[in-house]
Design a binder for this molecule. Sequence first.
Ligand code: ADP
Ligand code: MG
Length: 627
Amino acid sequence: MVDQPAGPDAGRPAATGGEEHAFSAEVGRLLDLVVHALYSEREIFLRELVANAADATDRRRFEALTDAAQALPEGAKVRIEPDKDARRLTISDDGAGMSKEELARNLGTIARSGTRAFGEELAKHKPEERSGLIGQFGVGFYAAFMVADHVDVVSRRAGTDEAWRWSSDGKGSFTLSPATREQPGTDIILYMKEDADEFLDAWRLEAIVRKWADHIAWPITIHSDGEDKAANAGTALWRKPRSEVTEEQLTEFYRHVSHNFDTPWATLHWHAEGTIDFTALLFIPGSRPFEFGEQVRESRVRLHVRRMFITDDAALLPPWLRFVQGVVDTEDLPLNVSREMLQATPVLARIRKAVTNRVLNELRTRAKDAESYAGFWENFGPVVKEGIWDDAEYRTDLAGLARFRSSTEEGWTTLADYVARMKDGQEAIYYLTGDNPDTLPASPQLEGFKARGIEVLLLTDPVDSFWPERLGTFEGKPLRSVSQSHADLEKFEAPLSEGEKAELDTLLPALKDALGDAVSEVRGSTRLVSSAVVLAAAGHGPDLQLQRLLRRSGQAVPDQAPVLEVNPAHPLIRDLAARVARGESVTDTALILLDIARIQEGESLKDPTAFASRLTATLTHVQGGAA
Ligand code: ADP
Ligand code: MG
């Protein structure tokens, strides 16, 4: 059993039994984090509770479109009522409300990211940045416990006549008990802490609402001197002329719609008239949100019709622009637009196209400032590249906007610049994919290209294993993975000498014998310079990095052993050839060489123990020989 709230205190909720539920372990830790880490910015509890009330009202409005039983009452609003004598603050809404199960789930567990991750993020941010994390992690409600030592939530789900009371002191458990509420909606009742009196003052509350919630479209009132007084301007910010909107308001609005806490890298605010009529206020974030893009691949840009929020899942932008945040507000749809209608209407398709093109234009313009664009690209480049892969309509545009690391250039380069630098006689755009941006430039795969002065693009995002093949060509030049394009190098390379050829003729079959099915072929290659061996993909199968990615994600990979390429000019290979000629066994060395090639590729060894003992034996032999 967990302690019941100390009662019976004047104005306190009586601890009248009810069903007791423990918070999920995560919530318990989270409450501690929120209450302690964000103490210096306690006022944001109000922002979070008002935002929740507005969200719930939006939700009810939308649900009512298909379910008349949920219809919003006239004059729906968010009401804030301080009661100094009872030291109690109530935030009420006419929103969708919560059923008993929803109360337990929404206010007892954590829907989105884990507490650990939240704690780690908190530690990384300066105190003044921390408050934004609350919204980003979907844990805003718990901010109530920064100012209250007890919270009651009385809620009635729209369309039902049952109400429930959720009650907790934020210390491990909450209780659920039947309650009454005349109309659907929710009351959040805060029993304020001793040191939180300031939040019972109507002036103070109004200042907070103005600062944080002025852009909320529903009326917000604060009760004082016996009446409800309007506290927010309630005008849709995007409908105001740009000259009447301050930077601070824009940033605050951005933070509200995006749940981010940074400043936007780009703000796009425009009105389109003509065949379609809409206003858009869109933002490209200035930093990559935590865990961005891992859960949802759809754009969350909000659709409004004549200022009224309709939905945030109308996919107003393609998935590869899902980092763009904001609002599109149109006159061209009816206010009672239903989900089915949203799917069918040509209006949305037209808006989508216009908005997408506008964002791409902005990117093209901003790309001229290389340094600033590099920051954007580092944050969202991997997402944009998804579009080269899966959006035929925009593929070429996006390839032009993409930036790459390269084996010969500092910083970022473009495909167009690469093409301009291509060597005489070079036919293809070469690239190498891998995991690690730090080690990729030293990959043996590059040696032959480096030696011949051929530039190679270095690609390290998972999506890079997929898009080059889809893009096919850029400015007429084919894209080719270096691990599959050795034949091309022969144009630039000196052919093998007769002596080298003869050595290889005896060595290669011996190596293939020793390695058996572990390789599909052993061949000589002059693309190596300082390394003795390197792996290549066999035939026309997927390249090695793609095979690794597929295997890691549990997908089927064609079971084709790689090719081992050997460097005929390398002393070790020449020595091996000599040993084969003398009739000695080279099996152990061959196996070691194959494992070395695997390690250089970043693969794990099939049998590390065997590798270690073979290598140890060889080193012992070498040292013994030297002694
Ligand atoms: P978030 O708002 O990011 O989802 P919160 O911790 O602020 O996270 O709220 C958790 C959930 O509780 C919300 O998603 C919503 O489902 C529910 N909720 C909170 N406040 C209300 C309210 N006033 N009316 C209806 N549901 C609410
Ligand atoms: Mg919230």
